[in-house]
Design a protein around this ligand. Structure first.
Ligand code: GDP
Ligand code: MG
Length: 178
């Protein structure tokens, strides 16, 4: 949606949603810059980053990633943020059941108010903190399956499944006809 897209090169707006502190900004920084900064503070000001990936069929996908500057605290502002998004990545923290409830709320919200063909991914982040896990993997799997979403657990800290997340999203994007 938006920008220059053709059959071989897609350009898509991707928004991240989820409670403050679940690791949205860290996921983006890991994906775009290959870094993890454990001392990073809450995003101040709007944050916009882009990253292009090449798929095996020689097509490319350029993700234009919108990271919230704490707007996640203001549910009323969310529609401005996810308007026109082709992809929504909804993140929770596997050590925090409240954040999983909030993720479910965002899924319902996007089903009601997002673009009808939006690609949604559910992400359980901080998978490195296994000993503090409070949300079973199966809960994520079940919720995603019921809602026709892609599901993955990631760790921005160890980089586990971060690239896989974006590759799987890229594969699921609707393609314009050639
Ligand atoms: P946001 O508010 O959703 O953007 O969350 P941040 O990306 O700012 O991360 C919030 C906190 O969680 C920071 O202290 C990060 O260092 C930490 N964090 C983020 N991702 C991970 C992860 O995968 N594993 C662990 N152990 N900590 C993480
Ligand atoms: Mg953030």
């Amino acid at each position: 949606i938006g920008g220059v897209s053709d059959a071989k090169n897609l350009r898509v707006k991707l928004v991240l949603l989820g409670d403050s502190g679940v690791g949205k900004s860290c996921i983006v920084l890991r994906f775009v810059r290959g870094q993890f900064d454990p001392t990073s503070k809450v995003t101040v000001g709007a944050s916009f980053l882009s990253q292009t990936i090449a798929l095996q069929d020689s097509t490319t996908v350029k993700f234009e990633i919108w990271d919230t500057a704490g707007q996640e605290r203001y549910a009323a502002l969310a529609p401005l943020y996810y308007r026109g998004a082709a992809v929504s990545v909804i993140v929770y923290d596997i050590t925090n059941p409240d954040s999983f409830n909030k993720a479910q709320y965002w899924v319902k919200e996007l089903q009601k108010h997002g673009s009808p063909d939006i690609v949604m991914a559910l992400v359980g982040n901080k998978a490195d903190l296994q000993e503090q896990r409070e949300v079973p993997v199966q809960d994520g799997v079940d919720f995603a399956e019921k809602n026709g979403m892609f599901f993955i657990e990631t760790s921005a800290k160890t980089a586990d499944n971060i690239n896989q997340l974006f590759e799987e999203i890229a594969k699921r994007l609707p393609r314009p006809s050639p």
